[in-house]
Design a protein around this ligand. Structure first.
Ligand code: SF4
Length: 457
């Protein structure tokens, strides 16, 4: 089993890609900053979004039942799935009943989480992802590396080569407009041939029983409008109480994600089209357990905007695949340890704890504080590597004894002035590979303070 640090090291081997990835995401973060600068009430809007989500998490059962009742009254068929396996079986059951062997699917992190594509393909169903970024990574047999920009780790030249091999575009072509047009023609045929369309859900409104899907490409709409059977898959946390709350979240989502005032398409689905069927599959898959963890429950407020990824200095320079989880970045690092602490516990350390993720989060999730709490859980449950526990035990012993701390400080100041450089800067000190210690002071801060500060009379 590899660690996040090892996978990040692999990403960092390609220096130019790392720099470009870093800059691209920072550009998106800057667009977000520019966009919210025009909203004087931005902080009040964040607080409102956070409060609505707090209310949802405290009354989840009530809102979900209300949603089911209203949706059913509208003619929608609502299903409940306790985990990924049940979700996949339900979706396949619907398709099998209608003898569907090819579907189109728009971006849905929930279906990624449940590995729906793989499951359906094993049952003989052709699945075509229709979001451009998703289609690119599907052609490459890769998972998404970002929740909003799934192919952000790829350069246009790599996509040009992929399209040349799989779609027959001109060799060496990398013009984004040309490549997008080729993808459009390729997908058009798939849309027309599909017998069912699957989408994710951004918001499910308890008051109306309707669902809302936000995209920039219109692919979700095309899929569900053309196919007679439409299926929408949502986690239990996607419900919001009233239609009037939608405005709060749509204003927060587009700006936080890409700096847009609103996503290009914000589509409302309330009932099946004439002669068609509309299904909503509501999935738990570990969310109830997370809800029961007092310190981590508000991670379920996430509206999947990706802003915490765009701003995170670790994510930007380690790439989404280094997280080895469906949701990467800071939010993924507080969701995944709850699913498998042994496997994902190291993600709690994939952070500088700078707090930038919490600052940009549109629903005010205290992400960096939760990362810190997960570190404590990882340590208490014995999943910390020896390379961390031994130095930490030593540091704990020194930092908790004033006399020993003073002695060690003096010893270190003396030693650093006389030991050969190779004793400090060697292969056991990766920190020193790109940094120099500052000049060693002659005295400690405490000594300097006692010498220079005169106590007030
Ligand atoms: S945690 Fe906050 S910033 Fe990160 S994706 Fe979710 S809503 Fe966006």
């Amino acid at each position: 089993m590899t660690t996040h640090a090892q996978r990040a090291a692999t990403f960092l081997e390609d220096g130019p890609r790392t720099d470009w990835h870093d800059k691209s995401l920072w550009h998106v973060r800057s667009k977000r900053d520019g966009s919210i600068a025009g909203i004087p009430e931005w902080e009040a809007l964040r607080q409102l979004g956070s409060d609505i989500k707090d209310n949802v998490l405290s009354n989840l059962d009530t809102y979900l039942e209300e949603f089911e009742q209203r949706a059913t009254a509208n003619g929608v068929i609502v299903h409940w799935a306790k985990d990924a396996e049940e979700h996949n079986r339900i979706v396949h059951g619907i398709l099998a009943r209608h003898r569907v062997d090819r579907i189109v699917k728009s971006k849905s992190m929930l279906t990624e989480e449940c590995h729906l594509n793989q499951y359906l393909e094993e049952q003989g169903v052709e699945v075509i992802d229709t979001d451009l970024g998703e289609r690119i990574i599907q052609m490459r047999n890769e998972p998404p590396s970002h929740i909003v920009m799934p192919a952000i780790h790829l350069k246009k030249e790599e996509i040009g080569q992929l399209f040349h091999e799989q779609l027959g575009t001109d060799e060496g072509a990398s013009d984004p407009q040309y490549l997008t047009e080729a993808a459009r023609q390729h997908l058009r045929a798939k849309f027309l041939a599909a017998k069912a369309g699957i989408t994710g859900v951004n918001f499910a409104v308890a008051e109306t029983g309707g669902i809302v899907v936000c995209t920039n490409e219109g692919n979700a709409d095309m899929g569900v409008h053309l196919a007679p059977v439409q299926i929408h898959c949502m986690g239990i946390e996607k419900v919001i109480p009233r239609a009037e709350h939608l405005g709060v979240f749509t204003r927060l989502l587009g700006r936080s994600a890409t700096g847009q005032p609103i996503t290009i398409y914000t589509s409302h689905h309330h009932k099946p089209k004439p002669g068609g069927e509309m299904h909503v599959v509501i999935v738990d898959n570990g969310r109830t357990e997370q809800l029961g963890r007092e310190d981590f429950r508000n991670s379920l407020k996430c509206i999947r905007c990706g802003a915490c990824m765009n701003t995170c200095p670790i994510y930007r320079r380690s790439g989404g695949h280094s997280y080895d989880h469906t949701i990467p970045g800071p939010i993924g690092s507080i969701l995944s340890p709850g699913l498998d602490l042994k496997k994902h516990g190291d993600l709690a350390f994939a952070s500088t704890l700078c707090g930038s993720c919490s600052d940009v989060c549109p629903v005010k999730i205290d992400i960096h504080a939760q990362l810190y709490k997960w570190r404590q859980v990882v340590s208490e449950e014995g999943h910390l590597a020896k390379s961390k526990t031994i130095p930490l035990l030593g540091a704990g012993a020194v930092l908790s004894r004033g006399g020993l701390y003073n002695f060690m400080g003096k010893a270190a100041r003396t030693a650093l002035n006389i030991v050969p450089r190779a004793v400090v800067y060697n292969r056991f000190n990766p920190w020193g590979e790109s940094r120099e210690l500052p000049e060693v002071p002659k005295e400690s801060f405490k000594e300097w303070y006692a010498r220079t500060q005169t106590p007030e009379a």
